[in-house]
Write a protein that binds this ligand. Structure first.
Ligand SMILES: NC(=O)C1=CN([C@@H]2O[C@H](COP(=O)(O)OP(=O)(O)OC[C@H]3O[C@@H](n4cnc5c(N)ncnc54)[C@H](OP(=O)(O)O)[C@@H]3O)[C@@H](O)[C@H]2O)[C@@H](O)CC1
Ligand SMILES: Nc1ncnc2c1ncn2[C@@H]1O[C@H](COP(=O)(O)OP(=O)(O)O)[C@@H](O)[C@H]1O
Ligand SMILES: [K+]
Length: 504
């Protein structure tokens, strides 16, 4: 499922119109009818529907929706809330078809009449503004949005809620708070950005007949189950433990032994062939009692934290992960530096491993092997030296420029996890739920990602699959045996088998 900017969406429309000869009014008919189908599936026939219609093409969709629902027997009041002379483009055609079909239109001459109509409505369809909205809402849209948001009726937005920008990066706006948004042809960026996402409510996407093979796809998409099914490496019948990768995990300290233990178990539960855990000597007993399948490297330590160098030969590992429960002491920086220089394989850096990384960006960019960073927003803000709020307003742009500049795979974790390759390709994982908002779930993710990288295939596919599997496991567990409140990171580790079984 592609994620587009408003500009990219307009380019798609132009390709459809110019290269494939699909006229704008046909696209509008398809969009409106597809949205009406969604509404019909969800709303009983006796419900009163008010359709609010703006002047541009979003309003044009509104004329088609109103006509289609009236044709199907719904009680609909269609309100044109823009002046006649403002109605433009293909919306003029569909206004004419609406009127020629024998239906009448309410005009915004009397606010009391609109207010009464909205108060009586069971469903309000917002077809006022879509991707063409620019700047703060002007009158009367600002007043109408306020009025709409006050109603108890179900609010259904067409393409995007009026007032909500299509793109990331806009801080000040007011918009319709939709219960459901029928997204047309592709998800707009704001549908997955943290501060705009809540305005959309539930999201349903409709297809409108765009010529998919002719479109320039933006290399920004939602990673879905069918993508995982297609790209998850198969386990061959004649494979042996060496075929599934030999992994190294470095981290853990006396006060945080659980982090690395959960990462290690998650890696093994996710298919890693062999795993060595390098940790402080005194931490080994507690980790080994939880992960009996791992082998250990005892690192020299001071006060329960790894301080020494890795003396063993680091050749022969197919991938490594560092940082989980490592601690933020100054010596940790030397350790990370050493791993950046010596690991001749993909290296994942998480948690405390990211703490000193700002000082090591040169070393990261020089590595001839893939480097994967998995920050949460706070850790990413630290790496960038910018406030979390600023970054989360334009996460796609910040992730892309960072990943390209430092030549890393970046996994910015959250309810919508953004995965970016060093070339700037972006994938969004929307799985998971607030049950994961608990200490330790990031450590579990690191273990899963290490295992995915160890098992071969493209790094980008592997880490995208890992994020999907992590989130899906939380969803399966909270559907069945757990509530979001009680779900623990260790439950996610044990729940992985349930998810993997859905892929076999
Ligand atoms: N063929 C296609 O293209 C297809 C497009 N489709 C649909 O079209 C939608 C995009 O349509 P669009 O480009 O006409 O923009 P749209 O969202 O209706 O807004 C423009 C209107 O809003 C007004 N306006 C702007 N800012 C404002 C503000 N702050 N406050 C107040 N008013 C403001 C602006 O007024 P102006 O600034 O020109 O005075 C103008 O009247 C898209 O989301 C999808 O639903 C589908 O049917 C598929 C085929
Ligand atoms: N509300 C949420 N919805 C979906 N996923 C979430 C939510 N909150 C957290 N997560 C996921 O949980 C994990 C938390 O990671 P992190 O913050 O590093 O935790 P920790 O450091 O405690 O291990 C990430 O994978 C993140 O995407
Ligand atoms: K809208």
């Amino acid at each position: 499922m592609d994620i587009v900017t408003a500009q990219e969406m307009y380019e798609w429309d132009q390709v459809a119109i110019k290269s494939a000869g699909i006229e704008g009014k046909i696209l509008m008919e398809s969009a409106g009818r597809a949205a009406a189908d969604v509404i019909e599936r969800r709303i009983p026939e006796h419900h009163k529907v008010v359709v609010l219609i703006g002047a541009g093409n979003n309003g044009g969709d509104g004329f088609v929706i109103a006509r289609t629902l009236l044709n199907r027997g719904y009680e609909v009041e269609a309100w044109q809330v823009a002046a006649d002379e403002k109605i433009s483009g293909d919306a003029i055609v569909h206004k004419e078809i609406f009127l020629a079909s024998g239906y009448s239109l309410f005009q915004l001459n009397d606010w009391d009449a609109l207010t009464q109509s909205l108060e009586k409505a069971d469903v309000i369809v917002d077809a006022m503004l879509g991707i063409g909205a620019k700047g703060p809402l002007r009158s009367p849209f600002n007043e109408i949005v306020e009025l709409v948001n006050k109603q108890n009726s179900c609010r259904i937005a067409v393409d995007l809620p009026t007032g909500v920008p299509a793109d990331e990066g806009i801080e000040e706006f007011d918009g319709v708070r939709a219960d459901l948004t029928v997204v047309i042809a592709a998800l707009k960026m704001s549908a997955v950005v943290q501060h705009t996402r809540p305005f959309y409510g539930e999201i349903e996407m409709v297809e409108i007949g765009l010529p998919v093979r002719k479109l320039r796809h933006p290399e920004r998409l939602v990673w879905q189950r069918h993508d995982v099914k297609r790209s998850l490496p198969e386990r061959m019948t004649n494979s042996h433990k060496g075929s599934h990768g030999k992994g190294l995990m470095v981290g853990g300290s006396d006060l945080m032994p659980g982090s690395i233990a959960m990462s290690a178990k998650a890696a093994l539960r996710s298919g890693a062939g062999l795993l060595t855990v390098a940790t402080a000597k005194e931490v080994i007993p507690s980790v080994s009692s939880y992960v009996q399948e791992a082998t250990f490297l005892a690192m020299s330590e001071t006060a329960g934290k790894i301080t020494g160098h890795i003396k063993d030969d680091l050749q022969g590992f197919d991938a490594a992960a560092v940082g989980m429960g490592l601690g933020r002491h100054p010596e940790a920086q030397e350790l990370i530096e050493e791993l950046l220089e010596q690991i001749e394989a993909p290296l994942l850096i998480d948690a405390d491993g990211l703490f000193h990384l700002k000082e090591l960006f040169d070393k990261v960019a020089q590595r001839p092997y893939p480097t994967i960073l998995t920050p949460h927003p706070g850790e990413f803000a630290r790496l960038l030296g910018k406030p979390i709020k600023t970054i989360m307003q334009s996460p796609f742009a910040y992730c892309r420029s960072f990943a390209c500049k430092h030549r890393v795979y970046l996994v910015l974790k959250g309810p919508a996890t953004i995965i970016t390759s060093p070339e700037g390709k972006q994938r969004v994982d929307l799985t998971g739920n607030a049950g994961l908002a608990k200490g330790g779930t990031g450590d579990v993710l690191s273990g899963i990602l290490l295992a995915m990288v160890l098992q071969g295939g493209s790094i980008l596919d592997g880490i995208s699959n890992g994020c999907f599997i992590h989130g899906t496991t939380a969803e399966l567990l909270t559907d069945e045996q757990h509530a979001m409140r009680d779900l623990l990171a260790t439950d996610v580790v044990e729940g992985l088998s349930q998810t993997f079984r859905t892929f076999s």
